[in-house]
Design a protein. Structure first.
Length: 642
């Protein structure tokens, strides 16, 4: 029977029916005016809202609210069966609006998408190969990327390091008289192609069947490093997986027999865990490159079998492939893998909490850590590209994995686990900033205080973790890198705006006159952190830190941020702020301290040289930074600034 409230509401709806003009039914033309035929057809498929279903009334497809809900001034929402969640129609309208804005700024005619690996590994090495597309606050660009097969345009948002690269390089290379290249290089790296990428050495390395002890060593390495950062592997299941691998590695290799069902998942997990561990350890032990390739080749034969089902094990398999591609972006399209994983995670309901009695505490913990591991990687990779996310925050209700204690633990392993869990919170904060200042196509102009307020919010997160240098490791280093890269990321719009202004002969009356210096200091700290990691011996707490393709982008971003501040100081019209102090409203300019810039720049070149040697296509980053530093640093010295 209908409740008294429903009867009253139904009577109100009947009165509303009489007062609504026929011109507004069945759909409001204004809501569809700017939508193309394909999107309009999608709108027509919208299900009836929950209120109309409950009152048994005919619903329409108006956005952001059906006519009856709009008349009653209540939220219009519907049940989405794919997400298994109630969504407001206003959310659908926001997606359509975003789609229309992006379509208005579509790729040039004939543009084609390129493989993600080509984008990550072949950054534009010259500022001439890009299409300028500027609005008052929009620095997004289309780059022409040349590959071995063809040339194509690709979009990078202004959060990308490549957009900053263009802005930094434009003035230096447009004014060769002022920024003269020295006759001899400032830094002689004297690097060669020998080392971990020596294909001849790898080809001549004999691959033997790994012993159980070797497998246990690699598994332990993975669990203490990558599974600390992205803990989606249940350690209690490893022993059973290893038994299956040991029983079948000889027959699978020698006789070509293939496993199926659960055993295929178990075999695949061990091969990918060992491949990832080899990829991480090969920075110190080059002979593991061959083992890395061998393990990956074994696992590759099972990719279709372990990703064809909509299950938690399939999502786990996709996560292993994603983590592996962070080390080897050419061996898979990480963007597509992330897209598949995000869709599967939503289909499985990992983005939301289950009833407490539906799953065990252990299984729920794995679900949470799997989702937040995927969320973290997807967010960072997306921000490197300057692209929106496939996991909108509006649908996420799952809790962070584990409980963050009030004070940090004291033993080494607990500190790393605690720090890694704390890292998820920062990624979420960073994503909110990204949506506010990078994602909208028509961007709101934020004042300086807005950026400073967010800086203090991020600083508060950093203070909460209370990192002890004596217990530094994978988790704490990740938090260090994440915090300082986020500070650089936060202030990048101000840097881009300042660089565009100093290219003009005279600054406009409303031009930015001061800019924070915190991103310069964070960029320097990023270089120092990575230098400590690279200098750390093998199997030490810092030596096992995973250096991935994201690390290369952070190093390059830090270097270009340093060069950007140097250019602003050389121009002199936009001054830097002194250190920001919480609770202080004083915003006085203060000269930048470049006393360590030659040391930091040298370290950055060494790190970029290692990146170029590890990922062959990234030598463009090294070349760009070398050319910039050779022109900018002597100018700083001649003007007495360094």
């Amino acid at each position: 029977m209908e409740s008294h409230q429903d009867q009253e509401e139904l009577q109100e709806v009947e009165r509303e029916d009489l007062s609504i003009s026929p011109a507004s039914s069945p759909a409001d033309a204004s809501s569809l005016a700017n939508v193309d035929d394909k999107l309009r057809a999608s709108i027509e498929l919208l299900p009836s809202c929950q209120r109309c279903k409950r009152l048994r009334r005919k619903c329409d497809t108006n956005l952001p609210s059906c006519r009856l809900c709009q008349k009653a001034k209540v939220e219009c929402s519907f049940y989405d069966h794919s997400l298994q969640q109630v969504l407001p129609r206003s959310y659908v309208l926001s997606l359509l609006t975003r789609a229309q804005e992006l379509k208005a700024r579509r790729y040039p005619d004939g543009a084609k998408a390129t493989n993600t690996a080509d984008i990550l590994l072949h950054p534009p090495s010259t500022p001439r190969h890009f299409l300028v597309n500027r609005t008052a606050q929009n620095f997004d660009n289309h780059f022409m990327l040349s590959t071995t097969t063809d040339s194509s345009y690709h979009f990078f948002g202004s959060s990308s390091v490549f957009v900053l690269s263009v802005s930094v390089a434009a003035r230096v290379f447009d004014d060769p008289a002022q920024f003269q290249r020295p006759e001899s290089p400032l830094f002689d790296l004297n690097y060669s192609d020998e080392g971990i990428n020596d294909s001849t050495a790898v080809a001549n390395t004999r691959i033997s069947i790994p012993s159980r002890d070797m497998l246990l060593t690699l598994i332990a390495h993975y669990m203490s490093t990558l599974n600390t950062l992205y803990p989606f592997i249940d350690e209690s299941s490893i022993q059973a997986d290893l038994d299956v691998y040991m029983e079948n590695q000889v027959s699978e290799t020698s006789f070509g027999t293939k496993l199926s069902g659960k055993q295929a998942y178990q075999y695949f997990r061990i091969t990918m865990i060992c491949a990832i561990a080899c990829a991480n350890k090969s920075r110190h032990k080059s002979y593991l490159v061959a083992s890395d390739d061998d393990f990956y080749a074994k696992g590759l034969k099972y990719v279709e079998a372990v990703t064809s089902q909509a299950s938690g094990e399939s999502l786990q398999a996709l996560m292993l492939l994603i983590v592996y591609c962070l080390f080897h972006p050419r061996k898979g399209d990480i963007w597509k893998l992330l897209d598949y994983a995000c869709r599967l995670s939503v289909e499985l309901g990992y983005h939301t909490e289950l009833p407490s009695d539906q799953d065990s505490n252990k299984e729920m913990a794995i679900r949470r850590s799997t989702f937040w591991g995927l969320y973290t990687i997807e967010r960072i990779v997306g921000q490197i590209f300057g692209r929106p996310s496939d996991l909108p925050e509006q649908i996420i209700t799952t809790e962070y994995p584990g409980i963050l204690a009030a004070g940090s633990p004291t033993d080494q392993m607990s500190v790393q686990v605690f720090s890694a869990a704390h890292h998820y919170r920062l990624v979420y904060l960073r994503s909110e900033i990204y949506r506010e200042i990078y994602l909208p196509t028509d961007r709101h102009v934020h004042d300086l205080e807005w950026f400073i307020d967010h800086y203090f919010s991020l600083s508060q997160w950093y203070e909460e973790i209370q990192i002890n240098e004596s217990l530094a490791g994978v988790g704490t280093s990740t938090c260090n890198v994440a915090f300082h890269s986020t500070i650089v990321f936060l202030f990048q719009p101000l840097i881009l705006k300042a660089l565009s202004q100093i290219r003009e002969t005279e600054l406009e009356s409303k031009a930015l006159r001061i800019t924070p210096s915190e991103n310069y200091h964070s960029a320097c700290q990023l270089i120092r952190t990575y230098e400590k990691v690279m200098r750390a011996p093998d199997d030490t707490a810092l030596g096992v830190y995973p250096m991935t393709i994201m690390s290369a982008h952070y190093i390059y971003l830090a270097g270009l941020t340093i060069m950007a501040h140097a250019q602003l100081s050389l121009d002199g019209r936009i001054q830097s702020l002194g250190p920001l102090v919480r609770g202080s409203s004083e915003r006085a300019p203060q000269p930048m301290d470049y006393s360590n810039i030659f040391e930091i720049s040298g370290s950055c070149l060494v790190l970029l040289n290692w990146c170029a040697g590890t990922w062959r296509g990234m030598d463009g980053m090294l070349d760009m930074y070398r050319r910039l530093s050779e022109r900018v640093l002597p100018m700083l010295a001649r003007q007495g600034l360094a």
